[in-house]
Design a protein around this ligand. Structure first.
Ligand code: ATR
Length: 290
């Protein structure tokens, strides 16, 4: 593309940033939609976060994505925050406003949109959440807000699951959340679950690791979503599939968090066909040909 005096800049702040797929998403969307926009990664150390946000605003950078380790730390440096991001306590997208940046969490709206395109719904489902870290907390909130019937939060450290269950139980009226350990799962009496894997167990290069060992509980999982996308098929997904369930990895979540950010920055709508083309480009970048 031609960079000229009217080129808009967007970018990503995080540490590290060199393995990000976000430039593939945004620069190809700009090309596809004919927007004069470039997207670049910016390495930002913890102590430079405030300067980076202020500097970005001074430079009229229209939008920024925020990744590890700045998703919560960035909040005090914003002029406004969207209510979903505020409740989750994490921001991954900044949108330029006159007085600073407004923060959003498109990770969760992205996961929801990705699941919808795959025909996976949360409403009235019994949900098994694996993990109780930052990602699991956000997904637990999403499931509660979307009307899951019951949410079981399973974690190695029970106390962390209990804290999330209590906190979200207070935040979302009518939500039903229960904390348990992996060993207690076999005792659940429900027969059908949507399971969402929110831990880092199984992430490249430890591809044979799995947080929930193979066993009869997998027979009850009709759909298994893994937030991991490297490897493209995790051990958790392999177990779900082997027991007859449907699977989805985290790549579409990554795609749609980017698409929703792009839509917020540029006040536009990306179609599903356009989204599919970008997904193919992300897969090519990852060396996945299927
Ligand atoms: P994130 O922000 O990506 O969610 P995190 O907050 O560090 O990361 O959370 C990591 C999650 O993976 C936690 O649920 C953690 O379990 P504990 O709370 O018991 O530590 C889980 N996890 C990480 N390694 C694990 C392992 N080897 N076995 C079981 N759970 C593990």
């Amino acid at each position: 593309m031609k960079i000229n005096g009217k080129t808009t800049t967007c970018g990503l702040i995080g540490n590290p940033v060199e393995h990000t797929l976000s430039p593939v998403i945004h620069n190809n969307l700009a090309k596809m939609l004919g927007d004069n926009l470039v997207y670049v990664p910016f390495l930002v150390e913890n102590e430079a976060l405030e300067d980076a946000v202020k500097g970005g605003h001074a430079l009229h950078i229209r939008g920024m994505n925020v990744t590890v380790p700045h998703k919560s730390a960035v909040i005090p440096h914003l002029c406004a925050i969207d209510s979903l991001a505020e409740k989750i306590g994490a921001v991954n997208t900044l949108v330029y406003q006159k007085d600073g940046y407004k923060g959003y969490n498109t990770d969760m709206s992205g996961l929801l949109r990705a699941m919808k395109t795959e025909g996976i719904r949360i409403k009235d489902e019994n949900v098994l959440l694996l993990g109780a870290g930052g990602a699991a907390r956000a997904v637990a909130y999403l499931c509660a807000a979307e009307g899951a019937k019951k949410i079981y939060i399973c974690n190695r450290t029970l106390q962390k699951a209990e804290e999330i269950a209590a906190e979200i139980g207070e935040q979302v009226e009518g939500a039903s959340l229960v904390a348990l350990k992996y060993e207690e799962m076999e005792e659940l009496t429900e027969t059908s679950f949507l399971a969402i894997q929110c831990t880092s167990v199984g992430l490249h290069p430890n591809v044979s690791d799995v947080v929930l060992a193979d066993g009869p509980v997998y027979d009850k999982i009709h759909t298994g979503v893994d937030l991991i996308y490297r490897p493209y098929e995790t051990q958790f997904m392999k177990h779900v599939k082997a027991h007859g369930g449907k699977t989805m990895n985290g790549l579409k979540m990554l795609l749609y968090q980017g698409i929703i950010a792009y839509e917020l920055w540029n006040d536009c709508t990306v179609s599903e066909t356009q989204a599919d083309s970008i997904l193919q480009m992300m897969k090519e970048e990852m060396g996945i040909y299927e």
